[in-house]
Design a protein around this ligand. Structure first.
Ligand SMILES: C[C@@](CO)(OP(=O)(O)O)[C@H](O)COP(=O)(O)OP(=O)(O)OC[C@H]1O[C@@H](n2ccc(N)nc2=O)[C@H](O)[C@@H]1O
Ligand SMILES: Nc1ncnc2c1ncn2[C@@H]1O[C@H](COP(=O)(O)OP(=O)(O)O)[C@@H](O)[C@H]1O
Length: 321
């Protein structure tokens, strides 16, 4: 090894973190700690955020891109919380400048904040050259939010517990999606709360049998994913949070209908919403559906994306000799 390469120092590292859609989201009754047990199938999508971390004299965060104005630029930013949690694990100071380039809609049900947290963890582990295993990283991630472990993991996975316990799901080929971004976001706790309210108003306490049913593993969907056939997957898309999201934002019904009318195989509210995700037969189909949806005036903006996408990974480091 030459003397030059021995003294190479990375000044900054950039990580890319994916968004997600829940192809299946089964939600159990509210637990005593306020969370809900889930059985969910996550798929990571190509729509991503880039998170750059650089050595600095103090902690700072800047956010640009999609919805940047509504993202906190203080200690409540999930990427800052992630940096502080990792610094604590490594027993070092968290003096870094974090720069987030957002493409994932904020408060859109696509886990953008979780992606930024995962990006900060992966980029900083590389910048600081930490000897940290996947399990420790996943434990720190789960402490930051239920969706953060999946943002690290990527691909397609079955999530249980709060959504933080993951098992890889076999998914063949590439799936093509159209995403209809809404004008206003939806708060995740508010949507879970609305689901509880709707369930309570229907039947009082959730019976044990009914709760077990809600948390059944979606085997048919998992077989369809393994077949790689979007026609088989589309009718099996399911989201228990969808009625709650529609109750809080009734105009989403029109968006869902417009996507199907435009030729999508299936449409669903993504997680807690309000982004609507449409599964299409192929890439050309997705481009056509996106064009028609854009013209229908039912969304703030329309994107195409593919999945499964890789988990959070380092893109590159800026080196100083
Ligand atoms: C709904 C989902 C579906 O994947 O994603 P989004 O649509 O928000 O992206 C997730 O469950 C969101 O996960 P995440 O956004 O990480 O939530 P957390 O920070 O852990 O929790 C925020 C709040 O959501 C509610 N919550 C979250 C997860 C869960 N299993 N049960 C819950 O009841 C709780 O009210 C909690 O206080
Ligand atoms: N880095 C971040 N990016 C986006 N939102 C963040 C971030 N840090 C904190 N937040 C807060 O988290 C909330 C949820 O954002 P987000 O993760 O984008 O949506 P969702 O939970 O619907 O997937 C936002 O309203 C925002 O106030």
């Amino acid at each position: 090894m030459s003397r030059t390469s021995l003294s190479v120092v990375s000044d900054s590292v950039t990580a890319r973190a994916p968004s997600k859609v829940n192809l299946h989201l089964g939600v159990g009754p509210r637990r005593d700690d306020g969370y809900h047990d889930l059985v969910t199938v996550f798929q990571a999508l190509s729509l991503h955020d880039d998170i750059r971390v650089a050595r600095a004299n103090e902690m700072s965060v800047t956010v640009r891109g999609e919805g940047a104005a509504s993202v906190p630029a203080d200690d409540s930013n999930l990427a800052v919380r992630a940096a502080l949690a990792l610094a604590d694990w490594a027993d070092r100071s968290g003096k870094v400048a974090i720069d987030i380039d957002k493409t994932i809609p904020v408060a859109g049900g696509m886990a953008g904040g979780s992606a930024d947290a995962a990006g900060a963890l992966v980029a900083l582990a590389a910048l600081w050259k930490l000897d940290i295993g996947r399990d420790d990283l996943a434990t720190i991630a789960a402490g930051l939010g239920s969706d953060v472990p999946f943002a690290l993991h990527g691909n397609t996975a079955l999530g249980t517990g709060r959504g933080e316990r993951l098992m890889q799901v076999l998914s063949r080929g590439e799936f093509h999606w159209v995403l209809a971004l809404a004008r206003d976001g939806l708060s995740t706790p508010a949507v879970y709360h609305e689901l509880d309210r709707l369930r309570d108003s229907r039947s009082g306490e959730c019976a044990d049998d009914a709760a077990r049913d809600l948390l059944r593993r979606p085997d048919e969907l998992m077989q369809a994913l393994a077949s790689g056939d979007p026609h088989a997957v589309a009718p099996l898309l399911h989201n228990d949070l969808q009625p709650a999201a529609l109750s809080l934002q009734p105009t989403l019904r029109r968006t869902l209908r417009a996507g199907i009318d435009a030729g999508a195989l299936g449409g669903i509210v993504s997680g807690s919403g309000p982004t609507c995700a449409f599964l299409c037969a192929d890439e050309t189909g997705a481009v056509n559906v996106a064009a028609e949806l854009s013209g229908a005036g039912v969304a703030r903006s329309v994107r195409t994306a593919s999945g499964p996408a890789a988990g959070t990974r380092v893109l590159g480091a800026d080196l100083r000799h």
